[in-house]
Design a protein around this ligand. Sequence first.
Ligand code: BES
Ligand code: ZN
Length: 595
Amino acid sequence: MQKNIPILDPHTFAKPEEVIITHSELDIQVDFAQHIIIGKVVHTISNKMGSDKLILDCKDIIIEKVTLGGNEKETTFALTNPIPFKGSALEININKDTNTVTIYYQTTPQSFALQWLKPIQTAGGKLPFLFTQSEAILARTWVPCQDSPGIRFTYHAKVKVPTHLMAVMSATNPTQKTSDGIYHFSMKQPIPSYLLALAVGDLVYRPLGKRTGVYAEPSEIDKAAYEFVDMEKMVIAAEGLYGVYRWEQFDVIVLPPSFPFGGMENPRLTFATPTILSSDRSLVSLIAHELAHSWSGNLVTNATWNDFWLNEGFTVYFERRIMEKLEGKSYNDMLTVLGYQDMMQTMVQLGQENEDTHLKLKLDQRDPDDGMTLIAYEKGFFLLLLIEKTVGRAAWDAFLKTYFNRFAFTSMNTEHFVNYIKSELFKNNQDLINKIHLQQWIYEAGLPTNCPKVISERFEAVETNIRDWEKGKPAKDIDCKNWTTHEWLHFFRKLPQQISPEQMQELDHTFHFTQSGNAEILCAWFKIAINNKYNKAFPAIEAFLMKVGRRKFLVPLYKALVNSEAGINYAKDIYSKARQNYHYVSTNTLDEMFK
Ligand code: BES
Ligand code: ZN
């Protein structure tokens, strides 16, 4: 439907209504000595209006030369309109009949999609590593492109890397190193630019199922393969819910710990933080989440970043349905209650009147990353849960399956979605629409009062244990034999604000939290340790902050430190040492905090 109605994306300079890129051929060299990528990209274009300009997005890359057509006739170009977070418009002069545009370029140290790791920042410690993070608008810092989620293209790539390293992309991937360091990739399904991804490192591959497998550094591969045994089952569960998996292969790469996110849904190859390797498979809902994006996001894509909830809200909903199929309803309930708590915390932090609590965001003139919060994820999830509960699961599931099929490989914005669901699912029944308060949920701040209430029996058992402990039952008698990470997280959240030094000792001696190998548990425990001046944990906290670059952990820990007795100087002190280990996504947020 939207092929005819152009949707304006405020975060691109591109004019897709005039010219669009339909295919890109990358030919790049990864230079670890200089920390740059050098090469060229050949864009195939469709010039719908006979325009004499192709406008691309481009930030902190050096454009050396631009040529047109197969005979590579050099053309003129200009970089105009610089805006801090958006970069510049790369305006290339083309002809009405130009089919291909070749750009010779190289990246710079400011190309923020790229994180170059020294050997010491990797698990193996001997070889360097590079990974990219393109979402939301960082693809333009390593490939000059039309960097908008509403524009899709297929791609091929030839990538040259040092011979002892392997390159992998969001495309068909090698399973072994080549002797010449040259790798070829192909992505034949059209994708938006934010799903362009590359990782280079000392990698090995381990298949896990027919179309699933994992990449990691050699020393991590066993642990990763153990953690992700159920990946093939997840794909089957997902297909059972909302239709065939359209990307053929689903692999995961475990990156070094500086990766700023938990996971990134790069098609065919999800990028993941090693902090989900908990040795007990209890953090794999993150894999279910990134897998779910293969439908919500990668297949039906938010048209602009203002419609981010169409990517993330749907994906959280889908993720929890996959986990319910694998682990049962009580597991889904735990994830949902934790999500509700996170959402309420975000609402309080932002303020219930804040426009960033709308589902439809207003990110125009802003760096989208500043307004993309948990609201899209959890308020989005609860709206979809409300719809499920209102129309019934059968009707809702059938609707979703049709939605993903009908709009496969296209983009969707909030307004189109609202029209579509009103007619296709609600059959324009005004009573039903009013009952849900769709407008209020999407276009107003705060949380509507008809938000579904979910309780978790497993969490109620946790709370009973806490009450008994507070009344004097020893910690060693807490009934936690079968607790997953989720029960522990709830435990930490429900502990009293103030815990005495003796009680902190008792908890730590009984459960060895400070030594835990589980990053979720560490982060939750460290917050409590900071707030309760449990100094014994501080060396471990420092070590954690030096190593882990996942923003979700860094922000609350640094915040707790800043507000603690140890104080802002202590926090700044650690940050000044650790900052070099973090990706731009994380330093951009933290620099703001320490300003
Ligand atoms: N697509 C997101 C990551 C992202 C969001 C990157 C916005 C850039 C801008 C990914 O799917 C995601 O949501 N990751 C979460 C994990 C998930 C289980 C909630 C994360 O990294 O914390
Ligand atoms: Zn996501």
